[in-house]
Design a protein around this ligand. Structure first.
Ligand code: XIL
Length: 466
């Protein structure tokens, strides 16, 4: 089994320290070149860059899987870990979707930020109809069952979500508050702490990015929980409006850090009135850059999770009519300028064009095909690679072969099949990427495991039409 990211991170930090001490100079050259993916940049900063994922898209869309694996080092289930998904009726737990997401994260060396145990929304009516002891028992059983199942695999949990009222002065009036009284929050945290002592526990809410009545109330709840040793972090959802990143956001997050807590941007999106245009997209890129800089500036900001991959995947248009285009990727998986600004803010550099790839074909340049591999994102004991096959003639299928010079071995792959897991690799196209017109390219990808600390090599690939 792969190490969880938290453990991997500890190893990474250890290696850097040793290298620095032994050589008496800065970081080893592995860290010197600019990162070209969000994931690479986040790894180098020892932060999470996360994405809220949909079970259906992970199942059905290879390019979605590829982008999620390549660009992000942390996952959150957009819906699959919520109560209505995991325990739709009393005591009947359904983990198919949540398991698939955690398995994907583990296969790809990604951490998981769990979302969420106690919320007034997306909780089935059988729970909402309970009160008193029965409601408390249901809550405790639910937290115990879900937290125990993912102990050691989910790194952190939003234990309670959106418990403060919008006006901010009071706790939200909900079936939780009405049925159990204010103590339900402490009970939820006590239960989660006991169920998985290794997980970081978060309180999560929206419209608390700036210093205001609502964030003040979250602050006082956080203080109380910290005093009992029950809280590790505060999640700032950050469903933001174009041009409205609060000017005091960094100072506000800092006051939570001063309580000894981590802070995390848990559900970032920045929406605009549709249609998008160049001016709005430039403003959005600048807004994203500000948020990325805030998290970079705070050592105790554990990371940023964006609430969906592509604009078309976002919940925003369905909930805020006329609003949208809030994320980092276009629907064709091309990168928006907001992507570039986050990557740059975290020290990376874009190598690919940020717009849709050119679709006109260059003339054929010969016969056969050529293929290359590139390391997208290395970590101590593994790496994500991208492979490109270029057709020099019209292809209806292709085969690529190479041999790993060292300890590298493929652990999982997408858009390629064959004899993949040994030192000698032979892979062929899958159903949808075998036909490639002369001058065009297609891609595949995979993750490897490798000896701890070794450099991920880039073998020469032989490509043959089949
Ligand atoms: C949203 C999801 O994105 C939607 O797919 C779903 O229909 C409703 O919930 N705050 C939260 C998230 O904590 O769980 C919400 O996610 C967005 C607002």
């Amino acid at each position: 089994m792969l190490l969880t990211r938290n453990r991997r991170r500890a190893l990474l930090a250890g290696v850097v320290t040793v290298a620095t001490a032994a050589l008496g100079i800065g970081l080893s050259t592995q860290f010197a070149s600019a990162q070209t993916t969000l994931r690479g940049a986040a790894d180098a900063l020892n932060k999470d860059i996360g994405v809220a994922v949909s079970y259906n898209l992970l199942q059905n869309n290879a390019q979605y899987r590829n982008t999620v694996a390549t660009e992000f080092n942390s996952l959150t289930a957009e819906n699959a870990m919520k109560w209505d998904a995991t325990e739709p009726s009393d005591g009947n737990y359904t983990f198919t979707q949540a398991d698939a997401i955690v398995d994907f994260a583990e296969d790809n060396g990604q951490s998981v930020h769990g979302h969420t145990f106690v919320w007034h929304s997306q909780t089935p009516s059988w729970v909402q109809g309970l009160s008193g002891t029965a409601l408390q028992n249901a809550m405790v059983d639910h937290i115990n069952t879900v937290a125990n199942r993912y102990e050691g695999r989910v790194d952190s949990w939003d234990v309670v979500n959106e418990v403060v009222s919008d006006s901010g002065g009071a706790l939200r009036s909900s079936f939780w508050l009405n049925g159990l009284g204010e103590g339900y929050i402490t009970t939820a945290f006590q239960t989660a702490r006991a169920a998985d002592p290794s997980a970081d526990l978060y309180i999560n809410d929206y419209s608390i990015e700036g210093d205001n009545a609502k964030s003040d109330r979250v602050y006082s709840i956080a203080q109380g929980l910290v005093n009992q040793g029950l809280l590790d972090g505060v999640g700032f959802q950050s469903h933001l409006i174009l041009g409205q990143v609060p000017s005091d956001m960094e100072a506000n997050l800092q006051r939570f850090v001063n309580l000894g807590l981590k802070v995390r941007i848990t559900e970032l999106d920045i929406r605009m009135t549709l249609p998008a245009d160049a001016t709005k997209l430039a403003q959005q890129a600048s807004d994203y850059q500000r948020v990325a800089n805030i998290c970079k500036n705070l050592a105790d900001c554990s990371g940023i999770t964006v609430w969906g991959l592509r604009d078309g995947d976002s919940w925003v248009p369905g909930v805020f009519p006329g609003q949208g285009a809030p994320l980092l990727f276009n629907d064709d998986f091309s990168k928006k300028s907001a992507y570039t600004s986050v990557l740059n803010a975290w020290g990376g550099t874009v190598t690919n064009p940020t717009t849709t790839p050119i679709t006109t074909s260059p003339p054929p340049t010969g016969s056969g095909c050529t293929a290359t591999l590139s390391v997208q994102s290395p970590w101590n004991t593994g790496a994500t690679y991208a492979g490109t096959v270029r057709a020099n003639q019209n292809l209806t299928g292709w085969r690529v072969t190479w041999t790993w010079p060292g300890s590298e071995r493929i652990s999982n792959a997408w858009s390629i099949q064959g004899t993949l897991t040994g030192a000698a690799v032979t892979g062929t196209n899958v159903g949808y990427n075998g036909t490639v017109a002369a001058g065009q390219t297609t891609t595949f990808g995979f993750n490897i495991t490798k000896a701890d600390g070794s450099t991920a090599s880039v073998p020469t690939v032989t490509c043959t039409p089949i």
